[in-house]
Design a protein around this ligand. Structure first.
Ligand code: ZN
Ligand code: ZN
Length: 422
């Protein structure tokens, strides 16, 4: 181990690329605001039990991928492996349910930890943007959840997307489906992985999610949840389709989608792109009517989605999406003599006070070297500060684009820069 190498599966966002993050964060905030959806910030770690109960102990995330440790007080703590359970916990703990429903919340840049094999756009510590809406049973909420994600992609210029929807039913119709699924699997369970053998008893639906080849072969032609929906679930799914139709959103009903977490009921969906290899999921979510109750709250219908921000950036890069670059430095103050260097500090501060982006001379070097540095900054202006000019309140202002220079009053520098920018 080399301490200057970060742990496997982590990623640095470097100064020259952080503007991309800030840009998508800004778009996320703006889209959510249009939906009257407010930001919530919850802790990075929670009690392990929250995820065992909320996410489910038959999921890969909980079984294999959690960062769990005992803290010095002997509590079992887990770095959050997904975003929803913590928000649901906060919803209960802070009595957010006392506010007028529905409650609409989003989180962004929220670190999520999973001990899994790192791959493109997938890190052991990655960051998620997610939306969670509590308190409405109506399928219009499911549709709104989907449109937030699609509106964001549209703003960001991400195309080539396909929306897949499905319904996995409720506790009323699930048992019948499970029965049909178990019947389909039959004796083949012997050829399946140990996780699936466990799921067979506890949560058969999860078997459809197994990446293990021998398991996916067995369930390849398994019955679809959609054929086993109870009347209420079928109607809810019908309403979702109507709501999407009315907003002119194209979708595919894909009975293979069940999502990898136990808390989903009824609607599940994935937004898929071909930009990051075959069928990459850039956003997934659905309805989770049992979660709040499961972790100790009053029964509360809810729906939401999560999307990995690193993945989103990767998709944008592969799609060749233009992200507006940050503004260049407006002016570099060049100074060689000691007094002028000190004076540059006060001029810099004045200019910044007028909203001008300034770089000051912090390294002693020749004027030639400083001009070279100014070029690298791609700044439009350079003010060369000589002691004898400063004494008369003057500086030599160069316009690097026009290629001209003039001795002007220091107090007029800001005006010159503002004019040049027009
Ligand atoms: Zn049902
Ligand atoms: Zn399996």
């Amino acid at each position: 181990m080399l301490i200057t190498n970060a742990p496997k599966g982590t990623n640095d966002v470097l100064p020259e690329e952080s503007y991309k993050w800030q840009y998508i964060e800004q778009q996320m905030r703006e889209v959510c605001d249009l939906y009257n959806c407010s930001e919530v910030r919850v802790p990075t770690f929670e009690h392990t039990e929250l995820f065992l109960r909320g996410v489910g102990d038959t999921t890969d995330i909980v079984n294999k991928e959690m960062y769990t440790f005992e803290d010095k007080g002997g509590r079992s703590i887990t770095l959050k492996p997904e975003g929803t359970a913590g928000v649901a916990r906060s919803f209960i703990q802070n009595s957010i349910f006392n506010n007028p429903m529905p409650i609409k919340m989003y989180y962004l840049n929220s670190p999520v930890f999973r001990y899994e094999k790192p791959q493109a756009g997938r890190y052991r510590e990655h960051h998620q943007f997610g939306v969670e809406m509590f308190g409405s049973e109506e399928a219009t909420i499911d549709a709104e959840i989907i449109t937030i994600a699609l509106d964001l992609f549209k703003r960001l210029g991400v195309g080539n997307l396909e929306l897949n929807i499905n319904s996995i039913g409720c506790e009323k119709c699930r048992p019948k489906y499970n029965e049909a699924l178990l019947k389909h699997i039959g004796a083949s369970i012997d050829s399946m992985c140990n996780s699936c053998k466990d799921r067979y008893e506890k949560n058969p639906l999860r078997i459809l999610d197994c990446k293990n080849e021998s398991c996916s072969t067995v369930v390849a032609n398994a019955p679809s949840t959609i054929d086993y929906l109870c009347e209420d679930c079928a109607e809810h799914f019908g309403q979702l389709k109507k709501a999407l139709d009315s907003t002119k959103i194209k979708y595919t009903v894909n009975p293979r989608i069940v999502r990898g977490l136990d808390y989903y009921t009824r609607t599940v969906f994935e937004i898929i792109t071909n930009s990051i290899g075959a069928q990459g999921t850039v956003c997934g979510g659905g309805r989770y009517n049992k979660l709040v109750e499961e972790i100790g709250g009053k029964p509360t219908p809810a729906a939401g989605f999560g999307m990995g921000m690193e993945r989103l950036l990767l998709v944008m890069e592969n799609d060749g999406v233009d992200i507006p670059e940050p503004k260049n430095v407006d002016i570099y103050l060049a100074a060689v003599e000691d007094d002028a260097i000190i004076k540059a500090m006060s001029i810099a501060r004045q200019l910044r006070g007028e909203g001008i982006k300034v770089e000051a001379p912090h390294i002693k070097r020749s004027l030639k070297a400083q001009m070279k540095y100014a070029n690298k900054l791609s700044c439009r202006h350079v003010a060369i500060l000589w002691d004898e000019d400063i004494k008369e309140g003057n500086a030599l202002l160069k316009d690097m684009i026009e290629g001209n220079e003039a001795k002007i009053k220091i107090e007029n520098i800001a005006g010159e820069i503002h004019n040049a920018g027009k």
